[in-house]
Design a protein around this ligand. Structure first.
Ligand code: BGC
Ligand code: BGC
Length: 648
């Protein structure tokens, strides 16, 4: 079934087949507006009793007596009882995760998969809240039609807010959060993001990312808080604490070595998915501590990295997954493989890759497309003696524990979840995202009192990023690789820099000019430079200049126009990493601000620091190299050291 948008038709169909199993708040409105009594009656009936949603229609007498379906029973007893009822096939199915585009409701009913995900940009219907709720409800209803009624756990990358969903609050990407380094705000971000995720019926977020990015040529650099593992531990911990305070299932990723790979060993002979060379000391002192911090918070899931550690694929790394993470560190949750990552285990058939990764500790396989084959081969591996039944039982126990603990059995589609937000981009969420944005800004240079912008001044604002939500949000926003506003259509909701400045212009008696031919009237030029949005794989680049491969194509002209104006220039950079030829340009500017990828509220955040309403507190969270050749060289002369950042 494709989850298209016609709520009304859908409700009627449900009424016809007698399954009062959906209650979509948006549908209520549309049915009321339409004045269609049938639909309105159906909606009311559906809302009348939550029990009738997932229980009333399907529960048999036997079910009401089953220990595992009794929420009063202990989780251990519930797991034991459920496990005793499951066949090998049912157990193996719990260990498989498919992707929504490749799995129908009927597939769920037939195979009983344990999990589904939305890949980056994999969106139901018109990407409205109701589309999501309806999709999840349909899937969970399908799972409920099976004898054992085990709910699915649905995962999504809400990596900087619920970033697949149009209109969600988009927070700064991790690199900016590392510059802000504020754990109280991170706690709130974890909590508020989770609350928006619950609105869509989902309770598992593939976040936080604890990458330690050492090479800015890596396209995922912005997913890393810092090169300082203490900052990663502190911010990751606070975020997970916030998420878990409302019972979101968090996912610490990517265990481990992501960001540390040697240039030339990754995809396209670059960085992503390459090999990380480390010593035991680095492993113990730098890479594992952020995960220890997550385990202190009792994080329930961990995703291994695509990368290799000293030549061994993390997804096949028995010692680091079984011995270290589950053994020495005592991780009791489950390991979810990354997207088709086990396919990259070299020189093995798919069947062998499944055995290798599961035996090395992976508990659930993210197999977006080949889920059916993965399921068959997992069962075959057990029957052939390549994977022990004991190992399967252990994996399934871990998965079921998370499902029970997170309340999925009682509320599979987050219908009655008291923690869910009542709207996207609430005032509270916007203010936390704005505060994080403000604190993430790093003031690199401020000569001749160029900043704060003066009261009464005329500001010429140029550069594509000055009025483009997509550019200030970056990758993993609505689409996997992100996108830009075009043809008057915004990539998602938010406040652009132009809008932020205009909103503050009255109070500051400023005039914002966007017409370059009026440059002569301006007191100052605000030059906004940006990178085009990108994400994993496609974001790798070995030309990190301000006009390099991933820079916005308008940067060059904007730089020239600013120069030509002869006015004082303040440059604001929207980028996911520290660009390298800055030294060639910064001498021409009076002030420069690194804004990273500040998200939907970026325009307000930038305005508040530029006008001096807020001071700068952000500090460079990673080394800022001047030249590509210097990257990762301990002897390199840096443009800015970690911790650099001016204030007013
Ligand atoms: C990424 C993960 C992400 C997963 C699901 C992978 O390609 O590496 O970070 O959680 O896809 O979208
Ligand atoms: C998906 C992402 C995933 C990536 C991995 C994309 O098609 O949308 O979520 O991480 O593939 O290759």
């Amino acid at each position: 079934m494709t989850h298209r948008n016609n709520c009304l038709t859908k409700l009627k169909n449900y009424a016809l087949v007698g399954i009062a199993s959906i209650a979509i708040f948006g549908c209520e409105t549309s049915s009321n507006n339409s004045g269609d009594n049938t639909a309105a009656t159906v909606t009311t009936a559906i809302n009348a009793s939550y029990d009738s949603q997932f229980r009333g229609n399907y529960w048999t007498k036997e079910d009401s007596q089953a220990v595992y379906l009794n929420e009063e029973a202990s989780i251990d007893d519930r797991i034991k009882d459920l496990m005793s009822r499951m066949s090998l096939e049912e157990k193996c199915a719990q260990m498989i995760q498919g992707e929504r585009k490749h799995v129908s409701d009927d597939d769920i009913e037939q195979y009983g998969l344990g999990s589904l995900l939305s890949g980056g940009g994999s969106l139901p219907g018109d990407n409205e809240i109701e589309d999501w709720q309806m999709m999840i409800t349909d899937y969970q209803s399908a799972a409920y039609k099976r004898k054992l009624k085990i709910p699915l756990i649905y995962g999504i990358d809400a990596v900087h807010g619920h970033s697949n969903v149009r209109g969600a609050t988009i927070y700064p990407h991790n690199i900016g959060l590392g510059a802000a380094n504020n754990d109280s705000l991170m706690f709130l971000m974890g909590k508020l993001t989770s609350q928006e995720v619950f609105m869509t019926g989902i309770n598992w977020n593939f976040s936080p990312c604890l990458a330690l990015a050492r090479d800015p040529r890596w396209g995922r650099t912005y997913e890393s808080f810092s090169t300082d593992h203490n900052i990663i531990s502190k911010l990751g911990r606070a975020y997970t604490k916030g998420a878990m305070s409302v019972n979101m299932v968090a996912c610490a990723k990517h265990y481990i070595g992501d960001g540390g790979t040697t240039y030339g060993t990754g995809l396209g002979e670059k960085v992503d998915r390459g090999n990380t060379e480390i010593t035991n000391e680095e492993l113990t002192n730098e890479l594992l501590p952020p995960y220890r911090a997550q385990l202190d918070q009792k994080v329930q899931t961990v995703m291994p990295s695509y990368s290799l550690i000293n030549g061994v694929k993390m997804h096949a790394h028995d010692s680091l997954m079984n011995k270290v993470l589950k053994g020495e560190m005592g991780f009791e949750g489950f390991l979810i493989s990354d997207w088709q990552a086990i396919h990259e285990i070299p020189n093995q058939t798919f069947e062998q890759q499944i055995a290798t990764s599961v035996n090395a500790g992976v508990d659930m396989l993210m197999e977006p497309e080949k889920w059916k084959e993965a399921l068959e081969l997992l069962v075959k591996n057990v029957n052939d003696g390549n994977i022990s039944l004991e190992r399967i039982d252990n994996a399934v126990t871990r998965i079921l524990r998370v499902k029970f603990e997170s309340g999925l059995f009682e509320d599979p589609a987050q219908r009655v979840n008291q923690n869910k937000a009542t709207q996207l981009r609430s005032n509270e969420a916007k203010s936390v995202a704005t505060a994080l944005g403000e604190q993430s800004m790093v003031l690199l240079k401020n000569d001749n009192g160029a900043l704060p912008l003066k009261e009464g001044s005329k500001v010429l604002l140029i550069g594509e990023g000055s009025n483009n939500i997509g550019l200030q949000c970056g990758g993993w926003t609505i689409e996997w690789q992100g996108g830009v506003d075009k043809d008057g259509k915004r990539h998602t909701e938010g406040v652009t820099i132009l809008e932020g400045l205009n909103a503050a212009a009255g109070e500051n008696k400023m005039e914002i000019i966007t017409d370059e031919t009026r440059a002569n009237e301006a007191d100052v030029v605000l030059l906004v430079l940006s990178e085009r949005p990108y994400a994993e794989m496609q974001g790798d680049s070995d030309d990190l200049s301000l006009t390099g491969t991933h820079a916005h194509e308008g940067n060059k002209d904007a730089i020239a126009a600013a120069q030509k104006s002869g006015k004082p220039v303040v440059c604001v950079m929207l980028a996911g990493r520290h660009l390298v030829d800055l030294d060639r340009h910064i001498g021409n500017w009076d002030a420069a601000v690194m804004a990273y990828l500040p998200g939907s509220e970026g325009g307000s955040a930038i305005t508040n620091v530029l006008t001096g309403k807020k001071n700068f507190v952000g500090k460079v969270p990673m080394p800022w190299y001047d030249k590509i050749e210097d990257i990762k060289k301990p002897s390199a002369k840096l443009l800015y050291e970690v911790g650099y950042g001016l204030t007013y």
